[in-house]
Design a protein around this ligand. Structure first.
Ligand code: SAM
Length: 317
């Protein structure tokens, strides 16, 4: 699909370029904020799986820049934002970048060091593995990423803090809900308007972090396993212990964002330029600086130059 054609079919892709966001995902976080007011009172935030950086841009524009531009701004009071991804990303004002794996236990330690021992008020995670198209497999890998996010949360989130994470809706959704409800008093599944209806993607908004009394981070996996096994999730009755009554689990699900606003599944006509000339598509705000496909392209090119090209590539890397 060409750029102009995508501009027509994907209004949020076009709007992202017009408003200077690195990815259309920025609108998802903004629309979640419209509904849940997630940035209120936030002084320390962590963006897990942040590249190419549009959620970090949202954090910078909503937390860091207003504080920095305030007339009585003091450096010591500026919000701290730490962004983590496997991939490097171009700098963003007010965002400390860490290149790392969120499934690695040491990642939480790095964040804690940046916060000088303090804890975060907000953790967001838009992590996505490479999608295979095999629904169950994709959902499983995605849920592992959320559990990695939750592990980090138990180390770095302040009591009362919030955790927002991308999920793929599927048969394990009720299990995930039960697991998260153990740590947060409010857990809501949200579908922002900018996330296509045709996509199984949704976001879990967890509010008021309050781990069980006497909780030890080392016990997390034992606790989660106790709640249920993925295969039993469909029939899961979360009434044991913390949900009273005979009711099966009821998952709050909310559409969010201005519902009369742009529909991500619709095509919109392309506007003319201000001088009346025909529409010119904008370039992406920030192309990825080291995308995984770059090496594949290099290898393909090198193989076209035969064995010598491949030898040169392996010497260069
Ligand atoms: N929120 C980002 C934005 O607005 O620009 C988009 C995130 S993108 C959908 C998913 C990211 O998850 C990718 O950049 C990928 O590198 C990252 N990711 C996947 N698995 C990861 C892991 N184990 N640790 C850190 N990052 C990971």
């Amino acid at each position: 699909m060409g750029k102009a054609s995508r501009d027509k079919r994907d209004i949020y892709y076009r709007k992202a370029k017009e408003e200077g966001w690195r990815a259309r995902s920025a609108f998802k976080l903004l629309q979640i904020d419209e509904e849940f007011n997630i940035f209120e009172g936030v002084k320390r935030a962590v963006d897990l799986c942040a590249a190419p950086g549009s959620w970090s841009q949202v954090l910078s524009r909503n937390l860091y820049l207003p504080a920095k531009l305030a007339p009585d701004s003091k450096d010591s009071d500026l919000p701290l934002i730490v962004a983590i991804d496997l991939q490097p990303m171009a700098p963003i004002e007010g965002v400390i970048q860490v290149q790392g794996d969120i499934t690695n236990a040491r990642t939480a330690e790095v964040v804690i060091r940046h916060f000088d021992g303090g804890k975060a008020d907000l953790v967001v995670c838009d992590g996505a593995p490479d999608v295979t198209g095999l629904h169950d497999m994709d959902e499983f890998v995605q849920s592992q990423l959320i559990l990695a996010g939750l592990t980090i949360v138990t180390h770095i989130l302040k009591e009362g803090g919030k955790f927002i994470a991308k999920i793929f809706r599927g048969k394990d959704t009720s299990l995930l809900y039960c697991q998260l409800k153990l740590f947060f008093t409010e857990v809501t599944f949200a579908k922002p308007k900018s996330s296509r209806n045709s996509s199984i993607e949704a976001f879990v908004v967890c509010e008021n972090y309050s781990p069980p009394e006497g909780f030890n981070e080392k016990d997390l996996h034992r606790l989660l396993e106790k709640i249920g096994s993925p295969s039993g999730a469909d029939d899961l009755d979360c009434s044991s212990g913390w949900l009273e009554g005979p009711n099966k689990v009821y998952i709050p699900f909310l559409a969010c964002g201005d519902l009369s606003g742009y529909d991500s599944d619709r095509s919109y006509p392309l506007p003319k330029a201000a001088d009346g000339s025909t529409y010119r598509s904008l370039d992406p705000v920030q192309p990825p600086i080291a995308p995984p496909y770059k090496r594949a392209l290099e290898m393909k090119k090198a193989s076209m130059h035969g064995v010598q090209g491949l030898e040169k590539l392996s010497l260069d890397s």
